[in-house]
Design a protein around this ligand. Structure first.
Ligand code: ATP
Ligand code: MG
Ligand code: MG
Length: 349
């Protein structure tokens, strides 16, 4: 298709629209908020609620294919769209990643390692799960969490009651704490023809649950890189996936443990804009538009730094430094808000 509909108009939608424009494709954004970051660069933007079936159907009719830039699109919105146009990545990929319990159960069914986990919906399940999994552990809401929100850490078994209370009744999952030596992620892609291509894994550092920095190469053994790429391909193939995926991994002495995956372009893949001929955004656009995947080979070592909240005060200095600066056009800085990022080449690959 030549017109791509994007559900969600944040910075990921904005960078997708910019990449699409380079390929001569037009993007139409759908977002409940007026003037989201992507609207400034897209050809059209529909401002309507996720439960506005009429607006969703009209949006779908105006485009050739629909994709999304965040994984919490309500199922009812997708029902209204799916009747009219294809959704890529497909509903199963989205539904699997929307619920941490479904996600971990799916990953385990593929034979992939995850943190030990147990579903929690009441006090007695919480007590039993703490006894079974032990501490340290992390309690997470099954749905709608991002940037470390909706999580509570347990350091002693007695923390369980307070952690469960902090979920305010929302269904949760208790995860055993994984002792990792590094966090890495693979940005993978699968085309409509079933071809798979993965970018080189990056090493991620988080602060207060928010990604702060991604470095490539990840400086892990070659066997770990191979394992990471192969397991990403396994996930993509088993979901009959079309588009880009971000797979977050823990590196442990016993091998890779999958934390979670995002069925979309991913913050830890922003380095590809500077390190590769074809970036993750172009790769996603190619996949959902039914084009062949591009060459995601890495030509440079890169360090990507997120500009979060009042980090934007550093923009004049960063501009003077001459590094590749990406700003999302958000009017107001707020603590924890992703305002932009900067990519620095640190050498040839
Ligand atoms: P995102 O913004 O990536 O979607 P999220 O809110 O879904 O974040 P997670 O990725 O589950 O949250 O957790 C955030 C961070 O917390 C992880 O990147 C990791 O550093 C740490 N973490 C999460 N789960 C575990 C675990 N089981 N063991 C050890 N560390 C963990
Ligand atoms: Mg997440
Ligand atoms: Mg995560």
């Amino acid at each position: 298709g030549s017109v791509i509909g994007i559900l969600g108009g944040g910075q990921l939608g904005r960078m997708l629209a910019l990449a699409a424009a380079r390929l001569g494709l037009v993007c139409h954004i759908y977002d409940p908020a007026p003037s989201p970051p992507a609207a400034q660069v897209a050809a059209a933007c529909t401002t309507a609620a996720w439960n506005d079936a009429e607006a969703l159907a009209a949006f779908a009719k105006a485009v050739d294919v629909v994709t999304y830039e965040f994984e919490n699109v309500p199922a009812a919105a997708l029902d209204a769209i799916e009747a009219v146009r294809p959704i890529r990545p497909n509903r199963k990929a989205l539904a699997t990643s929307q619920d941490r319990l479904t996600e971990k159960t799916f990953l385990a069914s593929l034979g992939l390692a995850t943190a030990p986990f147990a579903p929690i919906s009441n006090d007695s399940e919480m007590t039993a799960a703490v006894a079974q999994i032990g501490v340290p552990a992390i309690l997470k809401t099954r749905r709608l969490g991002y940037d470390g929100k909706g999580q509570a850490r347990l350091t002693t078994p007695t923390d369980g009651a307070e952690a469960w209370a902090s979920m305010a009744g929302a269904e949760a999952i208790l995860e055993g704490y994984v002792e990792f030596s590094a966090e890495i992620s693979v940005i993978g892609a699968r085309g409509l023809d079933g071809a798979v291509a993965c970018f080189d894994p990056g090493r991620n550092v988080h602060q207060d649950g928010i990604l702060q920095r991604t470095t490539v190469p990840a400086s892990v053994p070659a066997t770990v890189v191979t394992d990471a790429v192969l397991l990403t391909a396994k996930i993509l193939n088993s979901l009959d996936y079309v588009g880009v995926i971000g797979v977050e991994l823990f590196v442990t002495p016993a091998g890779l443990v999958v934390n979670e995956f995002a069925p979309r372009v991913h913050n830890s893949g922003h380095w590809t804009q500077t390190g590769c001929t074809i970036c993750q955004f172009e790769q996603h656009v190619r996949a959902v538009a039914g084009w062949p995947l591009g060459d995601g080979q890495r030509h440079s070592n890169v360090e990507m730094e997120n500009l979060i909240g009042f980090d934007v005060c550093r923009v004049p200095a960063l501009a003077a430094e001459g590094a590749a600066l990406h700003l999302y056009g958000k009017a107001e800085a707020r603590a924890g808000r992703k305002m932009g990022h900067v990519n620095r080449i640190t050498g040839p690959a």
